[in-house]
Design a protein around this ligand. Structure first.
Ligand code: ATP
Length: 620
């Protein structure tokens, strides 16, 4: 049985993947444990900016209480002076100057904070993106082919941008908390009950907001697959890669309608949630305003009966208003921050995914010279999410220096076989031996380094022609003579000679003055990668499918010469290519049907002979 690549990962805060996720309070508080790791990420991005941010915010936290207190002193002083004409005004003007100074400082520090937040946010985003790419590179192909994994990757990718919100949010929250501490202390000196009234004014709105945040989180999470489909439709509907077929088959309406349906459904769900949120928000804020005016009435009454001064009145009213704003901010932010922290869990979950295919602790190095070759022993393989065996009971050997051709109808399992040989997957049954040792005992990177594979769906990198060949051995990308030599062997040199920029020419139309190549021209370039990698084992999956008859002939003339002594596996539907192999392995529905030389198989008059004659007749 092929193991599910995403099962058994560390627990989620979220209940399930299908999206019935609800965020309970427990989940929210649990998500807060992601914050230390998040702070570590920020600290690693720039310790200097981190400390600077903390220091500036600490100073800013003290400012509201200080400003209000100076305001109170100013008013009390003015009242005093108006009662005692002729006394000095120096103290009054000193206080006014101090308040002015605070106002200027507050503006300057506010700007400074945004600047630092912005810079730190960018650094964190870049670092996280790099980590994401690095980690993705370690994971298995099978994991990439799993939809659940892809959703997780998608959510993690979304986490790499927009981190600055969480960053300034968390820092801002700490700043507000300290600020509230100062203000609350001032209020408590006059009457601690004011603080109770304050909580009553703030909590209803908080509960409402929290409820709706939870709803919108589960909506957005449950829609991850559809959002991915929306992105995909947007891409297919408007991209250079698909434009040709979209036009020819007149697909645009089909795609647009699907997009409209899906985005419309999401919009409607979101719309009803947003309306309910706005309505409840209004009601609960009014409740809060009642609480605020209750406290205000008490303060005014105390001032009227002379228990507190006019300065105290402005200080208390100001503090109360400010505190209400700050606490509302803290509580509301808390619910969106915990939500963000939960999203952060997606990112950390992604980093926790471990590849199932890796090197053993004590690994073997790929042999300098292959002695016995590869042996497939009763190999079976199933793709994840598929009940069908793509390969089963497969036993054969591949001797050193042999050229083996794989033949079979579409879906017979040819590509799967070579993916197993390159250890992109591990067999679910049986084993593959190289010189008597299981492939799983070899160092994975060393194994891959020594096997050169060109897949039928090779990547057309939107990069220069030279790099498109150099990807065969990317560390040698500055070795121009090796690149040119590889190009010569694969016939790509004639393609590149026609490009205005030669080896520097940007390929594909995505960037700048890129040039598009024909299918066969791309194939020659991709074939160059196989020669660039000087590996002992060469695997070519339909390497000549797009080549014209002359090019195919030439490629194979060279191929036999250039791969002398190397082990090669070639997948091809063209029998002119296949017959040049030493032996031919015929697959049917994942099983080995026949194996032997061209002549042997023709004499056997089995499936190979039938397919060969079928194709030969087509040429007569
Ligand atoms: N990534 C995948 N996930 C699930 N099933 C897959 C995947 N790749 C291939 N298969 C299935 O495995 C079987 C063998 O596929 P494979 O690509 O090995 O065939 P092939 O012989 O190379 O075909 P072709 O001649 O069309 O290239 C097919 O039934 C295919 O549907």
């Amino acid at each position: 049985m092929a193991k599910s690549p995403v099962s058994g990962f560390p627990g989620h805060v979220i209940a399930n993947e299908e999206g019935k996720a609800e965020l309970s309070w427990k989940d929210r508080f649990a998500a807060l444990r992601n914050l230390p790791a998040f702070f570590r990420m920020i600290w690693q991005a720039s310790p200097g900016l981190f400390l600077g941010n903390a220091a500036v915010r600490l100073v800013r936290a003290a400012m509201p209480a200080l400003t209000l207190y100076i305001g109170k002193l100013i008013i009390d002083e003015v009242v005093q002076l108006s009662k005692q004409a002729g006394s000095g005004t120096d103290w009054l003007w000193t206080l006014v100057a101090a308040e002015f100074g605070l106002a200027v400082l507050s503006t300057a520090l506010g700007r400074l904070t945004s600047l630092i937040d912005g810079l730190l946010g960018d650094l964190v985003t870049n670092r996280t993106s790099v980590r994401l790419m690095e980690h993705a590179a370690t994971l298995d192909l099978e994991q990439f082919e799993d939809a659940t994994f892809y959703d997780k990757l998608e959510r993690a990718r979304r986490q790499t941008t927009g981190r600055s919100f969480l960053l300034s949010g968390v820092f801002g929250q700490v700043q507000e908390l300290i600020s509230v501490g100062f203000l609350a202390a001032g209020l408590a000196v006059y009457n601690p009950w004011l603080l109770v009234l304050l909580l009553l004014a703030v909590i209803p709105a908080f509960i409402g907001d929290n409820y709706f945040n939870q709803k919108s989180y589960s909506l957005s999470r449950s829609w991850t697959p559809e959002r991915r489909e929306l992105d995909y439709l947007r891409f297919v509907g408007a991209s250079d890669e698909t434009a040709k077929e979209v036009k020819i088959f007149g697909l645009s309406n089909f795609l647009i309608n699907r997009f409209r349906d899906l985005s419309g459904q999401y919009y409607r769900k979101n719309q009803s949630l947003s309306i309910r949120r706005a309505a409840w928000g209004t009601v609960l804020t009014i409740v809060g305003t009642v609480g605020y005016y209750g406290a205000y009435v008490w303060i005014v009454a105390r001032a009227m009966n002379g228990s507190i001064s006019i300065g105290d009145l402005t200080f208390l009213a100001g503090s109360f208003r400010q505190l209400r704003g700050s606490m509302e901010g803290i509580l509301l932010q808390f619910s969106s921050l915990t939500q963000e922290a939960v999203y952060l869990q997606d990112l950390f979950d992604f980093f926790e995914i471990k590849p199932l295919i890796h090197s053993p602790e004590k690994s073997l190095l790929f042999p300098q010279k292959i002695q016995q070759g590869f042996v497939f022993e009763n190999v079976g393989f199933k793709y994840t999410n598929s009940d069908r065996w793509a390969l089963r009971n497969l036993s054969f050997n591949l001797t050193p220096g042999e050229k083996l051709a794989l033949v079979g109808e579409n879906g017979a399992g040819k590509t799967t076989l070579v993916k197993l040989l390159a250890r992109l997957y591990d067999p679910a049954e049986g084993r593959i031996l190289l010189d008597g040792h299981d492939l799983r005992d070899y160092d994975l990177l060393d194994l891959r380094r020594n096997i050169s594979v060109i897949f039928q769906d090779y990547v057309r990198f939107k990069m220069s022609a030279g790099v498109n060949i150099a990807v065969g051995d990317i560390d040698a990308r500055t070795n121009q003579s090796r690149i040119e030599n590889s190009a010569e062997r694969s016939l790509a040199d004639t393609v590149i000679a026609k490009l205005p920029g030669g080896y520097e020419q940007q390929l594909g139309r995505s960037f700048g003055k890129g040039v598009e190549l024909s299918g066969g021209e791309w194939q020659k370039v991709a074939l160059g990668r196989a020669y660039m990698r000087d590996a002992d084992v060469l695997i070519l999956d339909e390497p000549t499918a797009a080549l014209d008859a002359r090019a195919e002939y030439e490629v194979f003339q060279r191929f036999s010469r250039l791969t002398e002594g190397k082990t090669a596996v070639i997948i091809s539907h063209r029998f002119s290519t296949v017959r040049m192999a030493d032996r031919i392995l015929v697959l049917e529905n994942g099983r080995l049907l026949e194996i032997g030389s061209h002549q042997e198989l023709l004499e056997k008059e089995g499936r190979y002979a039938e397919l060969f004659q079928l194709q030969a007749r087509g040429y007569q």
